[in-house]
Design a protein around this ligand. Structure first.
Ligand code: LLP
Length: 409
């Protein structure tokens, strides 16, 4: 049996578009989005897809058509959402380092909300908005100091992280925001980390934030929305159970009951991660003295997660009938020892075979680079029996387009 994406066999896609190739299932994107809508139907949230997980225009457009809003972290991401037809009044703008130019751009486009992460950012935004004759809608990102129990690089809600405003400074920060004439306080937000497999820290964070909302209300600061960020994990191994959204959604609904607060969520990975695969061809099988290596045409520039977070991605042969399994490191061609997609993995692989790296819809293409002067791979969106090229493979000319060899001898 040959694996397929929806109705199209991967070898056909590889033949048509070449490898390495990111392949996404449109139906899987829709289902992941609907799973949020269904689980949270009691709270009617604005789901703001976190664009950083996969920022391809067609992916953004698809979520826009499903009614999604967008969580963005740069002027570039805002521009992408607008270019893909997303509506500005559903864009929220997060991030610790917003520049003046990015603030101006977001204000010009009348985005829904700035998630502000520090006191100096409040002052800057107030000044920028004032000069433009605008009022900036803001939420403060509060650090609830909850341990998300995930990889340290993707845990963001602890005191030691650069993100957000400490819980102990929150009231002072809101008072300060309330004193600034060109800001309008509309909400509060938090984001405690990513790839959370136990969702109880998320509801714990919600409880802490609600407690703060009550204290603010007592001081005359009324909020319209609570944004609980993203972070819901996905299964990266075939037998893993993905965390169940429903108990989390039920707990949030129970906590929000009777309050006049709109709910915002910022899921990224859980909307796209398992909708995508990276298809790569085996270039060589190298039997070393101590180890075997399957050398493929994808590399850490296409999928940096294994190198950066020791992340596990399931990999198998697109042709399920392949025999002769061996234990090998599955590596790319980049000149780094860290350039591996998997280590000590049991795999059936012969030269010329196609391998499928699973769960490559999130933080794969969007984190890709041109290291070692490698062209970034093409991306394809499959719907039923139709495949659309949504990003063409880069060429050498693309790579050097902004460079010049201009030294005079
Ligand atoms: N909201 C904010 C403010 C965020 O910083 C993030 C992710 C999200 C939402 C979406 O979180 P998600 O639902 O995807 O967990 N590159 C890493 C993940 C970094 C996550 C950064 N922030 C990885 O490949 O695992």
């Amino acid at each position: 049996m040959i694996q397929t994406c929806e109705q199209i066999p991967y070898p056909q896609l590889a033949e048509q578009f070449g490898t390495p190739l990111y392949v996404y299932s449109q139906d899987a994107l829709t289902q992941a989005y609907r799973a949020y809508e269904t689980a949270f139907s009691g709270s009617q949230p604005l789901i703001c897809y976190a664009v950083k997980a996969n920022s391809n225009l067609s992916i953004i457009q698809h979520f826009a058509q499903l009614g999604s809003g967008f969580d963005t972290v740069s002027g570039g991401e805002i521009a992408r959402v607008l270019a893909a037809g997303g509506s500005a009044d559903k864009i929220i703008f997060s991030g610790v380092g917003k520049t003046v130019a990015e603030m101006q751009f977001a204000l010009q486009n009348n985005i829904k909300c700035f998630n502000v992460e520090s006191l100096p950012e409040l002052d800057r935004l107030n000044e920028v908005a004032g000069k433009m004759g605008k009022i900036a809608p803001i939420s403060l990102r509060i650090n609830p100091d909850v341990d998300a129990k995930t990889h340290p690089y993707i845990s963001t809600g602890l005191k030691a992280n650069k993100f957000g405003i400490a819980m102990s400074d929150a009231e002072r920060a809101y008072q300060h925001a309330a004193s600034l004439p060109h800001l309008q306080i509309v909400g509060i937000d938090c984001h405690i980390g990513s790839q959370l497999l136990d969702l109880s820290p998320l509801s714990a964070a919600c409880e802490r934030i609600l407690h703060l909302i009550d204290k603010l209300a007592a001081q005359g600061i009324e909020l319209q929305h609570i944004d609980l960020g993203g972070g819901v994990g996905i299964n990266y191994r075939p037998n893993d159970n993905p965390p169940d959204l429903q108990p989390y959604a039920d707990k949030v609904a129970q906590l929000l009951a009777g309050r006049d607060l709109a709910l915002i969520l910022e899921p990224g990975r859980s909307l796209v991660g398992n909708a995508g695969s990276l298809i790569t061809r085996v270039e060589y099988v190298k039997q070393g003295e101590e180890k075997n290596f399957v050398i493929v045409d994808a590399a850490m520039n296409d999928l940096i997660r294994p190198a950066l977070y020791q992340a596990y991605h399931h990999i198998d042969n697109v042709d399920g009938s392949r025999q002769n399994r061996m234990v090998a490191d599955i590596v790319g061609a980049i000149c780094e020892t860290g350039d591996f997609l998997a280590q000590e993995r049991e795999i059936a692989a012969q030269q010329g075979d196609l391998l499928r790296v699973h769960s490559a819809g999130a933080y794969a293409a969007s984190m890709a680079s041109n290291y070692n002067t490698r062209n970034r791979a093409a991306e394809v969106l499959v719907s039923g029996s139709q495949a659309r090229l949504i990003r063409q493979r880069e060429t050498f000319d693309d790579l050097i387009a902004h460079e010049k060899a201009c030294l005079v001898e």
